[in-house]
Structures are given as structure tokens and as C-alpha cells.
Write a protein that binds this ligand. Structure first.
Ligand code: ADP
Length: 372
């Protein structure tokens, strides 16, 4: 057994937050071997880095897995400011700091999940959709911009009070069930409420955290929007005019007017409605009795009203009422993972597939090719 073998094993350990091998992140400082004992020195980004224990134990097992190693001694240090600076530069991959990475040239699909009113299950759906997309191997980010509740962290089991990890001016989102997750609620000072923020302040804040949070290269960024057509919807519409929009409604036809309006407002800012999702639809009891608490037809009605001759809008999914979906939300364990056979989970998974295959039209977009 050689130090080189141990180094190779250790360098392959991934940093759970940065999602890259620690070798690539220059975190392995020294590897030596004496007899059958491997000594490994690693450096982390900051003191008390939340991922420290995990990295240390992964490094220990990686070193121990090398044949001939009986004992592993791991020492954990902290990067110098210069090392940290080199790391943040490497992570930005040449992108200048303070530039919003989700502009029209980005290859990330930005999908806003909107509804006309609250309580239709928009956040529950968004959390599960994000996890279902991540399960398909996509790099997924999720922004909780629903200032009326900030329920996304809870739905994904992120403990209350969790903050993004800061490496100097880079903020790393917590990762839950494979989804990089940020809530505007994580940026509030004690006792502060976003609802009290007004137009320009709100706009600046949204712009700032879309800029300063380091999501890395994402395939999809989902944004859980506040219900309705208020300041945040308009700000996000201005900051992300190329975003796609999923409109969520219940099957109740009386609820469809507000859902239609949220779709129309999104379209006015230039965003593209890609489909309608109906939630809390009828479900069948084991004896075959069908319970349709909220009636039926609302989703189809919204899709029809948002359709134009040039672009028909589809009802992409109808998600039944499901105790397992609600319980999974309460427990922070999304039903798409916990009980994929549940009818709501299966419907959300099918929705994820449709969203992936729908793709984003390339028409009218300038591709980020530099001339050779
Ligand atoms: P919104 O984000 O639209 O305000 P939430 O996602 O917070 O709505 O959902 C409101 C409540 O409804 C939550 O308790 C959630 O667990 C429950 N819920 C959402 N969708 C369903 C469903 N399909 N079946 C059963 N309960 C649901």
C-alpha cells in the first residue's frame, strides 16, 4: 500500500455541499503512510463547517478501504484566506462575482411554480417535483420565494434555523434529498418579515440572493412563488423574464379565475406558461368509491383559458388528494421518495417526466457560444 493509493481514495470523497471531489477542491493537504497506518491531513473551507463531520468520516472510510491500511489518522484544518479565495474563484469557473447566473444566456431552465391563491398545495408539489427531478439525475435548485409561509425547508426536512454556509462572499445552499435549497426566510433578520418589505427593497433582495447564492451548474431551478400577482411575482418576472411558469390550481372551477390571472400576469412579463397542474383531485378508496372533495374540471378550465391559437396549454398532471403526500410533507420526507407507489407520488413523478421532455424552446435565445 502506498501513500499515492490512499491519496487517490481520499481525493475521490465528495464534499456534500460543494458536490465535488475534495481532491479537485484542493482540500487534501498531506497523505503519509507509516507501517499500516495512513495519516491524512485535510483542510476545510471554514471553521465549524457543517459538513466537517461527514467529510472526516468519509475520508476515514475511504482511506481504510485501501488494502493494507489498518489504521487511519485524520487531521482536520482550515484553509488560509488565500486558499479560500483560490477555491471560490475555481468554483465560479471564471464567472465574475456579482453577476446573476440565471440570465437569458444561462442553460439552466428556470421554472416558476405559481398559483392564484394559497392552500392549493403549490409548495408541497414544488418540493416533491424538485426531488423527483433530482432522482432523475438532474442538478436541481429550489428557491422558496413564497413569503407567506417559507414552507419549503420543512417540506424537505431541513431543520429550522439552517443557514447557507458562507465561504467569504459565496453562500452555499443546504442540500436536501439531492436538491440545493434556499429560502428567502434564511435571509431575514430576527423578527423581520418579508411581507413588510416594499417594492424596491424586495426587488433588490431577490436580485441579490439569486446572485450571491452559489448553486453551481444547474439543469433546473424551481421557484416556489407566493400565491397571487403581488410585488415578488412582478420582481421575479423582471429579473427572470425568460422563466417558464407552471400554474397550480385545485379542481374547483370557482378557484380557476385567480389561477388564470396569475398565468396571464406571468405572460405579461414575458414568461412562458408551460402547463397547468391540478392538485387535490379526486381519489379512489380501496372499495372503488371516488371522493372528489374539490369537484373536477378546474385544471382543464385554466389550461383552456391560458391557451392561445399559437400555443395550446396542456393540463400536465392531475394529482389526487393523498394522505401520504401530506404526511410526507409534515415529516420532511417527500412522498416521491418515501412511497413512490402512492397515486399522488406517481402523478408527480409523471409530471417530472413531462417537464423534462417538454424542454425549453431554444427559439429566440442567444446561445452562449464564444466565437472561436
Ligand atoms: P400552498 O403552497 O399552495 O399554500 P401547501 O403546499 O402548503 O399549499 O399545502 C397546503 C396543505 O395541503 C398542506 O397541509 C399539504 O400537506 C396539503 N396538501 C397539498 N396537496 C395535497 C394533496 N394532494 N392531498 C392531500 N393534502 C395535500
Amino acid at each position: 500500500m502506498t501513500a499515492e493509493q490512499v491519496r487517490r481514495a481520499v481525493e475521490a470523497v465528495t464534499d456534500p455541499e460543494l458536490r465535488r471531489p475534495i481532491g479537485e477542491l484542493d482540500m487534501v493537504r498531506e497523505v503519509t503512510v507509516r507501517g499500516s497506518t495512513a495519516h491524512v491531513a485535510i483542510v476545510l473551507t471554514i471553521v465549524g463547517c457543517p459538513a466537517a463531520n461527514r467529510i472526516e468520516s468519509d475520508v476515514r472510510s475511504a482511506a481504510a478501504s485501501v488494502p493494507g491500511v489498518d489504521d487511519v489518522d485524520v487531521s482536520v484544518g482550515v484553509m488560509t484566506p488565500d486558499e479560500r479565495k483560490a477555491l471560490t474563484e475555481k468554483l465560479r469557473a471564471g464567472r465574475p462575482a456579482r453577476q446573476m447566473p440565471f440570465g437569458p444566456d444561462s442553460l439552466t431552465r428556470v421554472i416558476l411554480v405559481s398559483s392564484g391563491k394559497g392552500g392549493v398545495g403549490k409548495s408541497t408539489l414544488t418540493a416533491n417535483l424538485a426531488v423527483a427531478l433530482a432522482e432523475r439525475g438532474l442538478a436541481v435548485g429550489l428557491v422558496d420565494a413564497d413569503v407567506h409561509g417559507f414552507s419549503i425547508p420543512g417540506l424537505l426536512g431541513i431543520p429550522a434555523g439552517t443557514q447557507p454556509t458562507r465561504i467569504d462572499d459565496l453562500m452555499l445552499p443546504p442540500v436536501a434529498h439531492g436538491v440545493k435549497t434556499i429560502s428567502i426566510g434564511m435571509f431575514l433578520r430576527d423578527g423581520e418579515s418579508v411581507v413588510a418589505w416594499r417594492g424596491p427593497m424586495l426587488h433588490r433582495t431577490v436580485q441579490q440572493f439569486l446572485t450571491d447564492v452559489f448553486f453551481g451548474d444547474l439543469d433546473v431551478l424551481l421557484i416556489d412563488m407566493p400565491p397571487g400577482t403581488g410585488d415578488i411575482a412582478i420582481s421575479i418576472g423582471q429579473i427572470l423574464p425568460h422563466a417558464e411558469v407552471l400554474v397550480v390550481t385545485t379542481p374547483q372551477t370557482a378557484a380557476s379565475d385567480v389561477a388564470i390571472r396569475s398565468g396571464l400576469v406571468a405572460r405579461q412579463t414575458g414568461q412562458r406558461v408551460i402547463g397547468v397542474v391540478e392538485n387535490m383531485a379526486a381519489f379512489a378508496l380501496p372499495d372503488g368509491t371516488v371522493i372528489d372533495l374539490f369537484g373536477s374540471g378546474g385544471g382543464a378550465e385554466v389550461a383552456k383559458a391560458l391557451s392561445t391559437p399559437a400555443e395550446p396549454i396542456a393540463l400536465l398532471a392531475s394529482i389526487p388528494l393523498s394522505p401520504a403526500l401530506r404526511e410526507g410533507g409534515d415529516a420532511g420526507m417527500p412522498v416521491v421518495l418515501e412511497d413512490p407507489s402512492d397515486a399522488a407520488a406517481a402523478a408527480i413523478d409523471a409530471l417530472a417526466q413531462r417537464v423534462v421532455t417538454k424542454g425549453r424552446g431554444l427559439a429566440g435565445r442567444s446561445l452562449p457560444f464564444a466565437p472561436a
